[in-house]
Design a protein around this ligand. Structure first.
Ligand SMILES: [Zn+2]
Length: 240
């Protein structure tokens, strides 16, 4: 009995991670239906919070699993890996929005050192696509050292500055409505606020979070420490 229970737990865990990555509780319910099918244990459905009996789940999951269960956007949405700067085996950086760096739009590009103000200055950060109101996560761990304004005289657009003295890294995360205060400690990837729409200031721009990272006071390219990865579910251990 023990090996069966263990493998069921592993399946539930694996599929939970996978469906979480693919997006949404609806998929989770479907996938857990597959668990019921594969190990023949009805209480997995109850564990998933589903009130549906096992039989309808069986019918649903009798459909092909490969491809059909995946929303169309997932093929383009990578997983984001933070570099382990201090060699402790854990990542030290995280993507603040979980989305790709901003591409080209009428206002410019989102990459580090892209042209700004007609070429008179370089872009000092990396812009990550956002949806207004979405959760913005701490790109580094540390403590909140400042909450400031992106533009003098305009209180709508704030940034959160996080300092990590142990790593000698400082992060500034712009266009955030903060849920943290100066002095708070923040863990990597935990919420620091919500994304503020830029449309009122730059109509038509791709909404984004502007992330500046500095190592020992020198600006670095966030895309060198937050890396895109496209993998199958077996490589997603550690996601939550
Ligand atoms: Zn920017």
């Amino acid at each position: 009995m023990r090996p069966t229970l263990r493998s069921r737990a592993e399946l539930v865990n694996l599929i939970h991670r996978r469906t979480h990555a693919l997006g949404g509780p609806g998929l989770l319910a479907l996938a857990l239906g597959a668990v019921v099918l594969s190990v023949g244990v009805a209480d997995a459905a109850a564990r998933a919070g589903s009130s549906a009996p096992a039989a309808p789940l069986l019918q649903i999951t009798a459909a092909p699993q490969q491809g059909a269960a995946q929303p169309p956007h997932t093929a383009e949405e990578p997983t984001w890996d933070g570099v382990d700067l201090d060699g402790d085996g854990a990542p030290d950086f995280a993507n603040p929005t979980g989305r790709a760096p901003r591409g080209h739009d009428a206002f410019g590009d989102g990459y580090f050192h892209a042209s700004r103000d007609g070429g008179t200055r370089p872009h000092e950060g990396v812009d990550y696509d956002s949806r207004a109101g979405q959760t913005v996560s701490a790109p580094i761990s540390g403590f909140v050292s400042k909450i400031g304004y992106a533009y003098p005289g305009d209180p709508r657009f704030k940034y959160v500055e996080i300092d990590n003295p142990a790593l000698h890294i400082e992060a500034r995360v712009f266009y955030v409505d903060p849920v943290v205060e100066v002095g708070n400690s923040v863990a990597l990837g935990t919420p620091i606020g919500t994304a503020h729409s830029l449309q009122a200031r730059y109509g038509g721009i791709t909404d984004h979070i502007h992330l500046e990272l500095a190592e020992s006071g020198r600006k670095i390219d966030a895309q060198t420490v937050i890396l895109a990865r496209r993998e199958d579910a077996t490589m997603m251990a550690g996601m939550n």
